[in-house]
Ligand binder design. Structure first.
Ligand code: ADP
Ligand code: MG
Length: 258
């Protein structure tokens, strides 16, 4: 069997006395597109952040995470290698996390490996080859016309497409997207999902995307991982998520609203 892109075993996470993740284990194979769902506060964002070691105090909380076959929370000599694995993981946020005063093109250029390139971004020094590649990434998300515009003049949907181009520039094998469409109007949301889906299908990238609309998850993802109160509630083909299960997951919320 090939090495899974994500292998999480027995993850636990507490904030103070509150246990937010409780013994979570799951694997994601290379090339999957998985929806991470569950009610607000169920631990989805914490889980995504925990995977890349963005939550504090990881090593004392128990559990192991490997990304692309390498343990992320490794120490000592392995730490550098682990950091590189994290660089091969692209993160997309609900609030885009662009640098507003920089141009669209520069925002994409800083998506490259390592802090040196970030330093160069501040000095505005990039090679022609890098600029060309960044343009190509922007063309893939349909924004080649806007490369010189400041990021803070874009619409939400356009900003999210820049964030996706940045992940493409980073050449990330694994894309973790935390509520990427939650702040967008329906049309922009659909565009962003189409782009993620295309990257997944054409480039074979592995994508884990947090969504609160179950119908969108059904349209774009074959598999769902669902959390409820910090525990794994469901992990399987999304078409096995029956209305009954969904009702129990969302505690009888109106299913038409999901
Ligand atoms: P979701 O993304 O599913 O809405 P989160 O992962 O954001 O859920 O949050 C899960 C729980 O952890 C919530 O009860 C939230 O209040 C709590 N939580 C998240 N981050 C922190 C933090 N930095 N400090 C304390 N509690 C937190
Ligand atoms: Mg969240």
């Amino acid at each position: 069997m090939s090495i899974p892109t994500i292998n999480a075993e027995g993850l636990n996470k507490s904030f103070g006395h509150r246990q937010v993740l409780n013994d979570i284990s799951f694997r994601v194979a290379t090339g999957e597109m998985v929806a991470l769902i569950g009610p607000s506060g169920s631990g989805k964002s914490t889980l995504l952040r925990h995977l890349v070691g963005l939550t504090c105090g990881n090593r004392t909380q128990g559990g192991r995470v490997s990304l692309m076959g390498r343990e992320v929370q490794a120490s000592g000599r392995l730490r550098r290698a682990a950091r590189i694995e994290r660089c091969r993981t692209g993160y997309i946020f609900q609030q885009f996390n662009l640098v507003g005063r920089l141009s669209v093109l520069t925002n994409v250029l800083v998506g490259q490996l390592g802090s040196m390139s970030r330093l160069r971004a501040l000095c505005g020094r990039f090679t022609d080859q890098e600029r060309q590649r960044a343009r190509a990434c922007l063309a893939r998300v349909g924004l080649e016309e806007l490369i010189d515009q400041r990021a803070n003049t874009l619409s939400g949907g356009q900003m999210q497409r820049v964030a996706i181009a940045r992940v493409l520039m980073q050449d990330a094998e694994l894309i973790l997207a935390d509520e990427p469409i939650a702040s967008l109007d329906p049309r922009s949301a659909r565009e962003v999902m189409e782009i993620l889906s295309r990257i997944h299908a054409e480039d074979g990238r592995t994508v884990v995307v947090t969504l609160h609309q179950v119908d969108i998850a059904r349209r774009y993802c074959h598999r769902a991982v669902a959390l409820k109160d910090g525990r794994l509630y469901f992990d399987g083909p999304i078409n096995e998520l029956t209305d009954e299960r969904l009702q129990a997951l969302y505690e009888n919320a109106d299913l038409d609203e999901l």
